[in-house]
Design a protein around this ligand. Structure first.
Ligand SMILES: Cc1cc2nc3c(=O)[nH]c(=O)nc-3n(C[C@H](O)[C@H](O)[C@H](O)COP(=O)(O)OP(=O)(O)OC[C@H]3O[C@@H](n4cnc5c(N)ncnc54)[C@H](O)[C@@H]3O)c2cc1C
Length: 335
């Protein structure tokens, strides 16, 4: 375990916001977690981070940041159809994806290229190109910080939904995820329901390598390279509206993209709304709306968290006025 007092968080958030915390506690081994309980670290204000790729720090954080950096993949069970892998929460998501690809485990290839760690994939229910983490997660293991007990939650108990889970709702900030168990297919199978991906592929010649390369190509054509521009990916969630609301909007905007949701409503593309409202490429100092994808807010250099948040609020207000839609942030805003 490493404890860094008054540490800068610049290298621990992909938005590249230059803030500090009282103490940065870096956990490298699962066994170190018991020391945190003994030191009563969870009884004081704290925040757990993985790769910091879904966070916006608005101010210096006046408490402990606990950075989970545990590593490891263990095969729990396998049969001719599936393999069950227990993966440490601090493992970099893309290292896990690479492991699956090199072992010919199917199902995760559409999720290649998503920044961050394995633990957060369960918190956020990360998703891309028609696949979500919930499609692969078998169970989530960790500690309940309030009760100090360990827990195992099966997929059905995690209350996964679009970019959300029980860890963002009922159990928000109450759990430390230690491992996630995934179920991957050993049989060749691809999810090509997402049109933009399907249209790039020659379906007669599919392989894991080929599909994952096409996913990366698609991602790189739209998303900023976080080694060059600060960002946390999609800043807002795609909004869900009633059928009646959609009908009204279609009269004014006939080309509005919309998808059916499981509960009979319609999901719209937040990026399209922001684009239609004229925000794509807008820059206010070093805070901006990414010119290739209006859903992504970026830090071109020295933007503060407050400047990014102010821009986000202006966009929210404008979308409310123009479309009567309340855009909800996907990014965790840490005040
Ligand atoms: C360029 C870019 C592209 C992106 N593309 C996508 C995409 O295609 N799809 C998508 O879904 N997301 C995408 N994201 C968002 C982001 O990568 C995901 O949300 C990712 O899962 C965040 O992982 P992280 O480890 O960085 O989480 P963090 O930002 O560190 O934390 C996110 C949340 O998880 C909690 N958390 C983290 N670790 C633990 C733990 N061990 N126990 C309990 N709680 C924990 C934190 O407290 C916080 O609430 C993108 C981001 C960027 C910058």
């Amino acid at each position: 375990m490493e404890i860094l007092p008054k540490a800068s968080l610049l290298d621990y958030n992909t938005f590249k916001i230059d803030v500090s915390c009282q103490q940065l506690i870096i956990i490298e081994e699962e066994s170190e977690i018991t020391s945190l309980f003994k030191a009563k670290v969870f009884e004081e204000k704290h925040f757990i981070i993985g790769g910091g790729s879904n966070l916006l720090f608005v101010n210096d954080y006046d408490a402990n940041i606990i950075h989970i950096r545990t590593k490891g993949i263990e095969t729990v069970e396998e049969d001719s159809d599936f393999v069950y892998l227990r993966v440490a929460a601090g493992m970099v998501w893309n290292d896990f994806v690479d492991y699956c690809l090199s072992n010919q485990y199917y199902g995760i290839e559409n999720l290649i290229g998503i920044p961050g760690c394995v633990g957060s994939s369960a918190v956020q229910n990360v998703g891309a190109y028609g696949v979500e983490a919930k499609d692969l997660i078998y169970q989530v293991e960790g500690y309940n910080i309030r009760t100090k007990n360990d827990f195992v939650l099966y997929n059905a108990d995690c209350e996964f939904s679009y970019r959300s889970s029980i860890f963002k709702t009922k159990l928000k900030n109450q759990c430390l995820i230690v491992n996630v168990v995934f179920r991957l297919s050993k049989k060749e199978t691809y999810n090509l329901e997402y049109e933009a991906l399907r249209s790039r592929l020659d379906e007669s010649d599919l392989s894991l390598q080929y599909v994952s390369e096409m996913v990366l190509e698609l991602r790189n054509s739209k998303l900023p390279d976080i080694s060059e521009i600060g960002s946390a990916g999609s800043f807002f969630k795609n909004p869900i509206v009633s059928n009646q609301h959609l009908r009204q909007l279609l009269q004014l905007y006939p080309n509005l993209i919309h998808y059916d949701t499981d509960d009979g409503n319609k999901k719209l593309a937040a990026g399209q709304l922001i684009d239609l409202a004229g925000w794509k490429g807008v820059r206010d100092g070093d805070a901006g709306v990414y010119p290739l994808q209006a859903l992504v807010l970026v830090n071109y250099g020295k933007a503060t968290g407050k400047e990014i948040l102010d821009l986000a609020k202006k966009i929210q207000q404008d979308i409310l006025e123009k479309f009567n839609i309340n855009l909800e942030p996907e990014v965790n805003i840490i005040q």
